[in-house]
Design a protein around this ligand. Structure first.
Ligand code: ZN
Length: 664
């Protein structure tokens, strides 16, 4: 068998300084590489090119969805930004420049993650004076109020209990005066009527429209489609999709693109379902994409889809790795250190693909997910399945940036751990994810009669811990080297150290002083790490395999015996499987409460202080590469060039604003 170990572990050592593009407020902007683009065929490159154009055209739809004043605010701010001739060290200017960069990053005036409205650090007087002299533009009262009144449009998505979530959210998904109760009744009625006709196969209602009141006060959907709301912009998207369809790799992909065009034209959600089903069926194509109203986190009622785009192609070498893992699922099950009664006689691995992102757009830009699992429609998932992908070049860029930020040097015990992380961390992270997702969750079985919900509120933490410990146990197995998945018997140590350091110490940077661990993944990591720490102390108090030691007043995780650690992980895997298989609630609760919830306040304070000194941006996002079509005299594309370094964050934002303006 050809070695699947073709991802070069050295890849993660790209210097962060080459890829970090901008830094402001709580944000760092990075570049990402698109390895493999040059090796695509001309047809595939051309397909990527037109899909990329279709993706970039959706940007202003998202801006308008996020808040109805966003585009007006951006227009006047960009005019000020580009025409300002004054002192660039002036405090007002500096605050304005930061604000400009923040709203670009957030696709509007609300923070992309917290949803809170940005507070300008410059005065309204200064801004109005600049706008009048520089932009020939007197910002209207609505724009000024949206920017400067801190009591107005305060939060994009309100999730607070006990208030009207529609009228208190600043997003632009609902018209003036529409209340939550009215929206809920409108869709309950619609759903009931449709259920008679369609049964469970009801489309995701409200996904592609703004719900407004007409002149008679009746609720009506203003549909986002060609000929409807955002019609001109959607026309540009459709135009590029039509060109893309001519370069489809195969018939199924052409059907996917054509059914998306049909949906953009009709605005009919049944057409969207048809498109989604065709998209799930397209497994053979190298190039794939997302383009449309997809995720609904920005609607407080979770119905309306924010516009999102991404173009990608399959990372064949890394996908081959996940396929090898899946194909050997039975071997892993048979050799797992668990009681025979809890073993699955026949196990089916889940196949997931690894992709390379070629462009990020709409709700995926500049902040982006590292994995995608679509479609969201429950009935389509149940009947037709879904596609699960992880985006390798994005995680590689995160890792490359992390390699240069001083975090490892600050928290790792010695240079040995730092060097090992530099060499293997990105690679081992991917293997960990493969083992966790493709095998870990699916391994083992319940004893007959065990209630699957027996572990109740502790169920998700224990399940994540079980999948993680499965991955940890196996990443140190020589079998993985034999399969060509791991490069050598050194690499897993980077994974072990990372996991222990994170679970025992460094994940504490994500919670506030005085807080307990609440989130299931954080609890699971603490559970594994603190259980193992205690096990090691008891086993050998004078020379434990794992310990927390002090040097110059700072705490460090030290691993003295990696092989021993693996043995403990095997024991914990056996126990976690027993708890799940038997539904032993008391034992599960005890594990979580003892090891996974409480925080040592002294250690927490120390970790927070050390982290603060590193000045690491908590949020990251990306600028896109630029694609340039080379055309012959007849206008045919003869090559597509990818250009990484042609523009800064600011230049890209201004160019997108110029070239892909909503125009209506
Ligand atoms: Zn999981």
């Amino acid at each position: 068998m050809a070695s699947a170990c073709s991802t070069n572990p050295e890849k993660a050592t790209v210097k962060a300084s080459d890829w970090s593009v901008d830094r402001f407020a709580d944000i760092e902007v990075l570049r990402y590489e698109v390895p493999g683009f040059e090796q695509l065929s001309l047809q595939q490159k051309t397909l990527v090119y037109y899909l990329t154009e279709a993706a970039l055209w959706g940007r202003d739809i998202l801006w308008d969805q996020n808040c109805k004043y966003n585009l007006s605010i951006r227009k006047v701010c960009e005019a000020v930004y580009q025409n300002y001739k004054g002192d660039k060290n002036d405090g007002q200017w500096k605050a304005f420049e930061q604000y400009m960069k923040q709203i670009w990053f957030a696709n509007g005036i609300h923070h992309h993650y917290s949803n809170a409205k940005f507070k300008p650090g410059f005065t309204q007087e200064w801004f109005v004076a600049q706008a009048e002299t520089l932009a020939n533009e007197k910002p209207n009262d609505d724009v000024l109020r949206a920017m400067f009144d801190s009591t107005y449009l305060t939060i994009k998505v309100n999730q607070a209990d006990g208030v009207d979530l529609i009228t208190t959210s600043a997003g632009n998904f609902y018209g003036e005066g529409v209340t939550q109760a009215e929206v809920e009744k409108f869709y309950a009625d619609k759903k009931a009527a449709l259920a008679k006709k369609l049964g469970d196969r009801i489309p995701m209602l409200g996904l592609n429209s703004r719900l407004e009141k007409d002149e008679n006060g009746q609720l009506t959907e203003n549909v986002w489609c060609e000929g409807g709301m955002y019609g001109k912009t959607i026309g540009h998207i459709v135009e590029n999709l039509e060109k893309a369809a001519q370069y489809a790799e195969n018939d199924q992909q052409r059907i996917v693109i054509e059914s998306l065009i049909k949906y953009y034209r009709s605005g009919d959600l049944k057409d969207f379902d048809t498109y989604s089903i065709e998209w799930v069926k397209d497994l053979a194509s190298k190039v794939d994409f997302i383009n449309g109203f997809i995720e609904s986190y920005s609607d407080p009622l979770g119905m309306r889809g924010s516009w999102e785009g991404m173009v990608n192609f399959k990372d064949s070498a890394n996908t081959a790795r996940t396929e090898i893992v899946s194909a050997n699922a039975q071997w892993f099950e048979d050799h797992s250190p668990i009681d025979d009664r809890f073993r699955k006689p026949v196990v089916k691995g889940v196949t997931a693909k690894v992709i390379t992102a070629a462009i990020l757009a709409g709700d995926s830009y500049p902040a982006t997910p590292i994995g995608i699992n679509l479609p969201n429609s429950n009935w389509i998932r149940a009947e037709h399945g879904s596609k699960s992908v992880s985006i390798d070049n994005i995680t590689a860029a995160y890792d490359a940036a992390a390699a240069g930020n001083g975090f490892r040097e600050e928290f790792m015990w010695s240079d040995e751990e730092v060097q090992r992380a530099k060499k293997y961390a990105h690679y081992v992270d991917n293997i960990h994810t493969d083992l966790h997702e493709c095998l870990g969750h699916g391994s083992g079985r319940l004893l007959p009669g065990t209630d699957p919900d027996a572990l109740k509120a502790y169920g998700s933490t224990l399940e994540e811990a079980r999948a993680d410990i499965f991955a940890l146990y196996y990443m140190a197995d020589e079998k993985l080297v034999g399969l060509g998945i791991m490069p050598d018997m050194e690499a897993y140590k980077a994974g072990y150290y990372q996991q222990m350091m994170n679970g025992l110490m460094t994940q504490l940077v994500r919670i506030l002083p005085g807080d307990n661990l609440e989130e299931a993944h954080m609890r699971n990591r603490a559970l594994i790490a603190y259980w193992t720490l205690e096990r090691a102390q008891k086993d050998n108090p004078s020379a434990p395999a794992l310990e927390i030691v002090k040097r110059d007043g700072k705490s460090y995780v030290r691993i003295n015996d990696y092989a021993k650690l693996r043995q403990y992980f095997g024991e914990l895997l056996g126990e976690l499987q027993r708890i799940k298989s038997e539904g032993d609630y008391e034992a599960g609760r005890n594990l979580v409460e003892t090891y996974g919830v409480k925080v040592d306040p002294t250690l927490h304070t120390e970790v927070l202080e050390r982290y603060k000194k590193l000045d690491i941006a908590p949020y990251k996002g990306f600028v896109n590469p630029r694609y340039e079509a080379v055309k012959d005299a007849q206008g045919n594309i003869t090559d597509v060039k990818i250009i990484y370094n042609s523009e800064s964050y600011v230049e890209q934002m201004l160019r997108y604003g110029r070239e892909y303006a909503i125009g209506e």
